[in-house]
Design a protein around this ligand. Structure first.
Ligand code: HEM
Length: 386
């Protein structure tokens, strides 16, 4: 997988999968994402005037999107409670606590054993079930000789593999395991992160009514009588500023790492960083530092706006990382989130309820940001065109 490759291998796979995130690809994928947004609205209508846990809802929406874009399947996670994809995808990292501790021990102290003994944080049965679904989707795609091809992520990577085979006569970079790895990666890298962004956003809006009203007015103004297209979503600057501010205040990934490849002495100190040393960059620490973001506890979407346009500081806003190894799915994640927020705010009003816990308190034993008490809000249907 891209996430754990290094050096030349990383470079080769990164450049093969980069076109999957181009703007022309996003334009196509947006139709699929928009369909998932419409399904989410249908699903949520049944909860009118009740209290609802948003991480669960946004998890379902995100899985629907990942299923459609990366696995070439419809999961129906917003309709059927027990859809197979939802069941296995939700539990991809399920593991009893003691086994987790053992895995952690191996990965920390004898990482070279992890490959030899096939040790990982992923649940082998659920991952096997996902791979089986992928095999089925891939063989359907490969037997499709018509010109009417899918335009999703899976098809793009299959086409790249076919091209490689035709040009080189062998599969050096995109063999079958690597293809499966990239689809699973979509789930690993995209599920918790994107559902966390969306659910935290809704919680913030429930708490900050005036920002919710301003955002809804902005969305109606930009999207009135228009289809959900790439260009329309690109014009939603205030929504983008709001999502970036939510990511600053509640980054789904609290730290990023780099491995030193050249000896380096920190300027003005005697601290030497040696080849192989791991440097941890504290994303939350930097994004919550008053030196860079005044009154960091407060949510202020305008921090990311200048003259009505979005501005993003490159090294103090680190929710998507930075540099050549930054998040490859950033634009995909932002467009999906914008699409979901448009559907949500046009159709529903959110407010705090008896179970809302704000500001969010985190679980302390999770790699990703996880809310201790869930993300509860009250949801009410809006009359059409309010
Ligand atoms: C709100 C949503 C998301 C957030 C906050 C997020 C955040 C991040 C962060 C912090 C990194 C590490 C970057 C670094 O070290 O500089 C990363 C890497 C990565 N992300 Fe995301 N991500 C999100 C959604 C996605 C999605 C939807 C995908 C879909 C494929 C994705 C794919 C990846 C991949 C493949 C990497 C590794 C890139 C590499 O090593 O070359 N992410 N992400």
């Amino acid at each position: 997988m891209l996430l754990n490759l290094k050096g030349g291998d990383w470079k080769a796979v990164r450049s093969s999968v980069t076109p999957a995130f181009s703007s022309s690809r996003l334009r196509y994928l947006l139709n699929l994402i928009d369909e998932c947004g419409q399904q989410m609205v249908q699903y949520l209508r049944q909860f009118d005037n009740t209290e609802i846990e948003m991480k669960d809802v946004m998890g379902r929406f995100t899985l629907e999107v990942i299923g459609a874009c990366a696995f070439g399947i419809k999961s129906d996670s917003l309709c059927e409670q027990n859809a197979k994809f939802l069941q296995v995808a939700e539990n991809y990292d399920h593991m009893p606590f003691l086994k987790k501790l053992r895995v952690l021990f191996v990965l920390l102290f004898v990482p070279e054993f992890s490959k030899q003994f096939n040790i990982s944080f992923l649940d082998e049965h659920n991952i096997a079930a996902l791979i089986e679904m992928l095999q089925e989707a891939k063989s359907q795609r490969r037997s499709n000789t018509s010109n009417n091809k899918h335009g999703d992520f899976l098809q793009l990577i299959l086409d790249a593999a076919e091209k490689e085979l035709a040009e080189k006569g062998t599969q050096t970079c995109l063999d079958d395991d690597t293809i499966d790895g990239q689809s699973i990666l979509f789930l690993l890298a995209g599920f918790e992160t994107s559902s966390s962004l969306l659910s935290c956003s809704v919680l913030v809006l429930a708490y900050m009514e005036e920002v919710q009203d301003k955002l809804r007015a902005h969305i109606f103004e930009v999207t009135r009588d228009k289809e959900m297209t790439y260009d329309v979503l690109s014009q939603l600057d205030y929504l983008e500023g709001f999502l970036l501010e939510t990511l600053r205040r509640y980054p789904p990934i609290a730290r990023i790492d780099r491995v030193c490849v050249k000896p380096y002495v920190l300027p003005g100190t005697q601290v030497k960083i040696n080849v192989g040393d791991v440097i941890a960059v504290p994303v939350t620490g930097i994004q919550m530092d008053a030196k860079y973001f005044e009154e960091p506890e407060d949510i202020k979407p305008d921090r990311f706006m200048r003259d009505g346009k979005v501005i993003k500081p490159s090294h103090t806003f680190l929710a998507f990382g930075s540099g050549p190894r930054n998040c490859i799915g950033m634009r995909f994640a932002m467009f999906s989130a914008k699409c979901a927020m448009v559907h949500l705010l046009k159709n529903f009003k959110f407010s705090v309820c008896s179970r809302t816990a704000y500001p969010i308190e985190y679980e302390t034993n999770s790699v990703f940001l996880k809310a201790k008490a869930g993300l509860w809000v009250k949801i009410e249907k809006l009359q059409p065109n309010v």
